[in-house]
Design a protein around this ligand. Structure first.
Ligand code: NDP
Length: 459
């Protein structure tokens, strides 16, 4: 009999944990269990990517109604029911959670609906049942949690994305703090559904870390869609007013009255109370579990994947890290997931698709950089007066002509960028892009038809 209750114990049944547990079993791991304190599927499925995208779809309809008229349709009177949206969304999330449970069951993984905390490096306590279990190998896949600025007076009056998916009704007014993925996506979700939205960002333009052309383009599009963005300022304090409203005081002296205040100012690794000290697992200065390229922590038999390690905090990355862990530990194939050139999408309206280096980063790394870019009104909008524009940009290494980055803002950008990511990851050159014949009439054809190098104004 094994000296441990389990060969592998996974803490957290989100994208990374579920994939790791399942693949470990496929590679021949013996007894595998996964503990989840909330719901199977993790942030992405339960209160992140999936419900967010359903909300994005819901919020886009008013634009389509207008567009339909440009094409000769009369849409008539429209109404929106937040309650129906929430009920339908909840039904779909329940369905997906059920699938996750079945996937684990079919793989022979024992599911434990409880919170697990370390007692020592091989022992975990299940908080609700009070039981302790031991495991030969332990995987920490607890994800992240929204950062709440508890140093601000009245901070408790605000919500995070966790609660935004379950509001009782659509708020008339929303103030959102932040200029990253979540802030920008939710600003336009609420705006599209009919709320009056103000976004408060400490910098300018939004989406720091993305290519500057993308940032400027998206910033303008968000404003054009009706969201007011207050830049270079942050929340100072939040006050409860007698009529139920909240008053947000900003550091620039202004104040905004609102129904809902939402923080989208980053997420932090979910390590609180896990007992990492008791296990000897080290964390870094941001609270993330420190791991090597094989996702191994400072303790030989304890690994960590996904947002809790704060590498690239995206669902598909957690999944790949989970699979690489399983191949390394149970598949006899040491596998380090390559974190370079990971494509990502921001579901703003229009959305962003981006892979590889921004122009700014490319210029820091390479002596010579060529840029190709174009901006135009997408064909679907040309019959009416919608002013939204598409942006396509290629960042190319001057000497080798290798395409280092592709950046797209516009309808279907997230779909396009998945394909562009194959070419960037494969290290293809601009000539090889151009050798592919265009598909016409599309927006994507610009990726293989941009011939004129862009010249910076100062040259
Ligand atoms: P981000 O890191 O994207 O953005 C955080 C924002 O909050 C930034 O604008 C940042 O400003 C600002 N900020 C940080 N700290 C403070 C502070 N103390 N006061 C005021 N503003 C502050 O985080 P999100 O919360 O939007 O999302 C978390 C992560 O989740 C993302 O990084 C991404 O990895 C993932 N995600 C991915 C999505 C997708 O793939 N579509 C969708 C949603 C989330 P500054 O720019 O100056 O640093």
């Amino acid at each position: 009999m094994s000296e441990f209750d389990y060969d592998l114990f996974v803490i957290g049944a989100g994208s990374g944990g579920v994939r790791a547990a399942r693949m470990a079993r496929q590679h021949g791991a013996g007894k595998v269990a996964i503990a989840e304190e909330f719901r199977y599927g993790g942030t992405c499925v339960i209160r992140g990517c999936v419900p967010k995208k359903l909300f994005v779809y819901a919020s886009e309809f008013p634009k389509y109604f207008k567009l339909a008229e440009d094409f000769g349709w009369s849409v008539g009177e429209t109404t929106f029911s937040w309650e129906s949206l929430i009920a339908n969304k909840d039904k779909e999330i329940d369905r997906l959670e059920g699938i996750y449970g079945r996937i684990l069951g079919n793989a022979g993984v024992e599911t434990i609906s409880d919170r697990a905390e370390f007692v020592d490096a091989h022992t975990l306590r299940l908080v609700n049942s009070g039981k302790t279990v031991t495991a030969r190998t332990i995987l920490i896949a607890t994800g992240g949690t929204p950062y709440v600025p508890d140093d601000i007076e009245g901070y408790e009056l605000g919500i995070t994305s966790n609660e935004a998916f379950h509001l009782d009704s659509l708020p008339q007014r929303v103030v959102i703090a932040g200029g990253g993925y979540i802030a920008c996506e939710f600003a336009q979700i609420f705006n599209g559904m009919g709320s009056k939205v103000t976004q408060v960002y400490r910098g300018s333009p939004v989406l720091r870390g993305f290519d500057m052309d993308v940032r400027e383009h998206v910033h303008k599009e968000i404003e054009m869609s009706g969201v007011e963005i207050k830049t270079n300022t942050v929340f100072k304090r939040i006050e409860q007013l007698e009529d139920g409203s909240k008053r947000v005081h900003l550091t620039n002296g202004e104040h905004i009255d609102t129904d809902v205040v939402m923080y989208a100012i980053g997420r932090v690794p979910a390590v609180a109370g896990l007992g990492l000290d008791a296990a000897g697992v080290e964390i870094d200065d941001k609270g993330a579990v420190r791991v090597d390229e094989y996702s191994k922590t400072s303790v030989d038999h304890i690994y960590a994947v996904g947002d809790v390690t704060n590498r690239v905090n995206l669902t598909p990355v957690a999944i790949r890290e989970g699979a690489a862990f399983a191949a390394t530990v149970y598949g006899d194939t040491p596998t380090a997931f390559d974190h370079d050139d990971i494509a990502s999408a921001v579901f703003t309206q229009p959305p962003v698709g981006s892979v590889g280096l921004s122009e700014e980063d490319a210029r820091k790394k390479h002596a010579s950089v060529d840029v190709y870019k174009t901006s135009f009104r997408p064909m679907k909008q040309t019959l009416g007066d919608q002013q939204s524009r598409m942006l396509m940009k290629l960042v190319v290494e001057g000497e080798t002509q290798r395409v280092l980055g592709v950046h797209i803002v516009g309808p279907d950008a997230p779909e396009m960028i998945q394909l562009a990511a194959i070419a960037v990851k494969a290290g293809l050159t601009k000539d090889q892009y151009d050798a592919a014949c265009a598909v016409h009439p599309t927006s994507a054809e610009e990726l293989v038809t941009m011939k004129e190098k862009w010249t910076p104004p100062e040259q």
